[in-house]
Design a protein around this ligand. Sequence first.
Ligand code: GCU
Length: 346
Amino acid sequence: MLNNLKKITLLFSIILIFTALTGCDLNNGKRIVRISHGQSVTHPQHLGLMAFEKYIEERYPDKFDIQIFPNELLGPSVKAIELAQTGAIDFVVSSTGNLETFDDIYQIFSMPYLFDSEEAYKTVMEDENILKDIYESTEKAGFRAVTWFDAGSRNFYGTSPINTPDDLKGKKIRVQASPTNIKMMEAFGASATPMSFGEVYTAIQQNVINGAENNELALTNNKHGEIAKYYTYNQHQMVPDMLIGNVKFLDSLTDEEKQVFTEAAALCTKVEMEAWEDSIQEAKDIAQNEMGVNFIYPDIEPFKEKVLPLHKEILAKNPKLQPIYDSIQNVNKQVADAKKLEEEKQ
Ligand code: GCU
């Protein structure tokens, strides 16, 4: 099964590189715009991207043919980003963890327990002043972020219960291809095993790893709940996914087209976020009641204690993160102060 998938992916990649080299990316005179992502077709991101496709195609029925490739069909995330650098793919959805090796500004999101609340996280993600530099950071690498997706909070899950950080000792836990995430996992006391998202199911099944960390949709959309029966809400990260686009393609658009793509990107995020909460509720329901996954609600403090010293270490090594970090801490404080005030009023 995996081999077949790999063969299909390889075939797609060869076709893509060939079409990119020969410039044959037209379908009946329409420019084919390829979007790659790693989720299933029921995932909120896919729903958001379908709205993106519809919005653009309705306005340019003869000009653009938007094609969405789910399930890592065009390759695992890092490979797909590389294809977006060359222009073989026009857009890719990527977790910020996987973007870190293209520009280390993305390390900011991998800092564990960076956001104090979901509200602070969403406020930051909607703040253009904070996000501008991040969005444009990868221009030199050939791509630019055009919008973001909520990807909930990341939590540990595995084949045995994780109640405290001690339960992570000696466990092999999958991480994304992100140096900061590897460091974080080591600080938690686990052994970090980097691999692509699509490889996680088989790796757990074959005991190559003891678990992974992700939002709840990994249990259902990616079926990890079939083999990992314990999910622990330690909430170490709120990490967005970014929709990144090839710079040459984006720059080739007319001003009017640019405007339409920008509106489509905003709609895409809106649709994704509206579907997110319901999807999470549904995933929890299915995981618990149909797959027999146990949800664990631990004391988060001991988890925090293990990894908070990483903030200082990361900032010292990558000083350009400091102003972004400070702005985020400011938002954390503002949100907390507003909440306090609200509580005092009641
Ligand atoms: C989440 C995220 C993906 C990412 C995946 C991973 O599902 O939305 O973009 O690739 O985690 O852990 O690799």
